[in-house]
Every structure is written in C-alpha cells, then in structure tokens.
Design a protein around this ligand. Sequence first.
Ligand code: F6P
Length: 551
Amino acid sequence: MTAVPDPWSDLATLSLRVATMRELFAGDASRPPKHTVEAAGLVLDASKNRIDDGLLASLFSLARGAGVEARRDAMFAGDKVNVTEQRAALHVALRAPRDAVFRVDGRNVTPDIHAVLDHMEEFSEQVRSGSWTGHQGDAITDVIHIGIGGSDLGPRFVCAALSSYRHERLSLHFVANVDAHALDGVLADIANPLNPATTLFIIASKTFTTAETMMNARSARAWAVAGGVPESKLHRHFVAVSTNTDAVRAFGIDTKNMFEFWDWVGGRYSLWSAIGLPIALSCGMARFRELLAGAHAMDVHFATTPLESNMPVRLALVGILNANVLGARSVCVAPYHQHLELLPAHLQQLEMESNGKSVTLDGAPVARATVPVLWGQPGTNAQHAYFQCLHQGSEWAPIDFIAVIEPAHAHLEHQRALLANCFAQSEALMNGKTEGQARAELIAAGASAAEAARLAPHKTFPGNRPSNTIVMQRLDPASLGALIALYEHKVLVQGSIWNVDSFDQWGVELGKVLAKTIVDELEKGTSGTHDASTQALIERARNPSPPPPSP
Ligand code: F6P
C-alpha cells in the first residue's frame, strides 16, 4: 500500500533538520533571489526565514493540496466564498477598471461600482473646491468620519498613510469609539474649536445599525443642531456611506447624499468602496483611483502568477511555517515609516477578524492553530519598547519589516538612519551573537576574564529569529494599495489552508447582545441573570460610591 503524502508531517520532519539561517546563507549564494519576489511595485525579501528548498517545496504542496488556487479563483469569480452568510467576497471588483466584468448572482456589478466612484468624484471635488458649502454658504473646513471596525480602520489608516497628499484646507477627523471622549475630543477640542457651519459628517456603516456608530451619529447631529445648523439644512452637513438606504433615510440623511456599497463587500475589505470617501476628500479622487489601481495590480499578480512566484502566497506560506510548524504565537509588524503607524491596527482587524476562527467551513474543529495575534508599532520607536524581548526573550515572534526607500521629506540624514536601523534589526535577529563573541568583545573592551564571563550570557543573542522585509520605493497611493491588497490575499491563502471562512465574523456578536441587556440594567436599575463577577461590576457602576469590601 502506498502512503498518502502528508505535507504537514513532511513539514514537521523537515523543520527538525533545517539548518540555521546563518548556515543557510553561508551555504547558498542564490538564497536572496530564491526567496525574493517582486510584484506591483513591491519587493518581498523572505530569505531571513528558517526555510530551505525542501520546506519551501512542501509548503507549495500544502497550498496546492489545500486548494488555495481553487479558493482564490472562486473569490475572483464572485462565488459565495463567505459560506456562513452565503455571500460573495468581491472586494477585488471594487478596484478593477471600468471595463472589467465581475458577476454576483449572474449580474455584472462593475457599472454600479463605477457609478458610485463617479459620485464620489463629483462630491469630493465639490467639497475640495469649496463649491459644496455649509448652511451659511461657507466652504467645509473639517470632515468628521463616524464609523467603526472596517468602516473606520481602513480610511483612517490610509488618510494617515497618505497625509503628504492631504488637502490644505480640509482637516480629517475619525470617531469610532462609543466612549464619548472620542467624539468630544473632536467636537469639544478647546485648542481647535470646530465650527458647525463648516463641518461635514460622514456616517459610515455598512448596516447602519451598529450601536456605536448610530449613537455617535445622533450625538453629532444634536451638536450640529445646537450649534445653529437648521434641521432643514442638515443635508449640507451629513452624508452617509451604507448598504441600508431605508435606515439612512430614517436617520434623516438625504439619500442623494448617500454613497452605496454592497453586502458582498466585507467590512474589513471596504476601504476600496465608498467607505474610502474620506481618502478621496483628503487626497483627491485621482489619488484614490491610484490607490485602487495599485491594489488591482496586486490582484492581477495574485490571480495569474504561479504559486512559486506569487507574493501573497509566499508571504502566507512563510507565516504558516512560522505559526503552525515552528510554533510562533504572534506576528509583529514593524513599518519603518511614521505615516504607516496605523498599519498594524488595520492588519489586526484584517487578519484576526478574518482568520480568528476555530472551526472549518463544515463546522468541524480546525486541526491546528489559526491566525496568530498580530501587533506592532513603527520603527524605530518599537526598538526602544519591545525589541529587547524579540532579540533575547524566551518568546519569539516573526516580524514583517516594511522599508520605504524614498521619504516625502528632505531630511536625508534621518532617512539613512531610519533605513539603517530597519536593515540592522533583521540582520541582528538572524545572526544573533554567540556567548564566545560576546566574551571576546568584552575582553577587547578591557574587561577582565571574570567580568567577561559574568556579563557574556547577558550580551548573547540566540539569533535565528525570522523576519520578512517588504520594500516600497515610496509611500504613494499605488504602492500603498498594493501593500494592503498583499495582506488581504495573504489572509485568503492562510484561510484556505486552515479551511476557515475568512469573510464572516460571528465572534463579535455575543458581546454585542450581552451589552444591550446590560445597558438596560445600568439605565433602569433592573437586575439580570449574570455571574457574580459581572453582577458586582454592574452594581459598582450603578452605585456612585463603591460598596465597602466584604469581609
Ligand atoms: O466588528 C464587527 C463588524 O461587523 C465589522 O466587521 C465591521 O467592519 C464593523 O462591525 C462595522 O460594521 P458596520 O459597517 O455595519 O457599522
């Protein structure tokens, strides 16, 4: 009887035999090009991973066996890849050219997409030029985008990332949290008081029922009215982005000022839709279209390139190796560009809401760990926070370094220092420093043999710690679009291998339902049926002075 090949057991066996990265580099001059892929203006150098030819081949077998190509093609074909909600996940259609054909239930959705893009163009040009005015005829100066989750993180991140392109008159603000410190922080900022007559609100919610967004929207409307905007002129100050026309109308927003999107756009994949309206307002529609074009270039690459030279596939497979074979429990993202500060936050939702699942498409328990926790901060700040642990801690985490070659400023000395730090970190993580090297350095610096022996263990670095480096020539709309699309497709590839539904998010529902009950109890003082801890917390919140501790 011939044994059925099992790529997981091959990977486990091969990983025990893989040489250290130092040895792999020393033994193979072709290693960097073999593990470097270029696409859509990005370069991925994945050579600093604990991977050799055998492991790489097994990872490709794993991907093929898991049906990655079929799942990818099904997504592009508009199939209902979101099986628990019976929906397509066609964010790729949002960034395709006007003549592309993408069908949902047999209907080509491209004309609808471009009609909304054209509406966004018309509106954003009016606001930017000053011809869209508030109720007193003044140009808009402040745009407040109210939304949460995918209706916030994407546009918030992209507006920050492209802040070099921002309109000089318009200030963009984002409010997500139901904690009114967020809303007040914008509306009642004493250092920068807002004028309701020149403020425009975008209420962004796919469902237009999300509790946080609707509460913030109601408070914003009350602020505008209290600040002198007549009810009859609110349409000059409130626009909506949603799939839910009835709810937008019921809120009092003129549906002429509604920008539609569709249920086949997942929240965390929605910045390419009208959810990206703040990006168009801040940077201009031409830049927004460049962002879409950059993402589309990555889509074409992902859809048409063999797995071996497919960037999202390579990024995903190295992630699978680190998480499922080598046992990494988290992933760190370190963008070496201050304007990418919010990239980790965006990727947290993208990766963890998409693949933070424990059952397969059929509802059976998944066989292995799914998405690792993702976290990070920009370099070099991160180096002075937690890189100590990444270099010498007992816990290790693979890191995605993002390096941007050309800055948007003229301080070339700073830029050299920034890039030097980025490259030095991955080199140090890979090579480490042996105890012998540490001891020799101490002695060369004048330490006694005893002192060198005492300190050397503290100055030893284990090394062999993996990282990827993604290089962008500059942080422009097109390369940013490609970068985000790269991670979106990484999610699809990993979700296919874990065989989970990457497009639903049932895990956020239970807490929402319980919160509704507790809100009532906090307001009315009624009691519910809770565990003793939750009940005590509710009572503490209801009671202005906390009860004395029980004996
Ligand atoms: O967090 C759950 C979630 O459904 C996200 O997926 C979504 O992006 C967010 O809430 C906001 O939803 P909506 O756009 O419907 O307000």
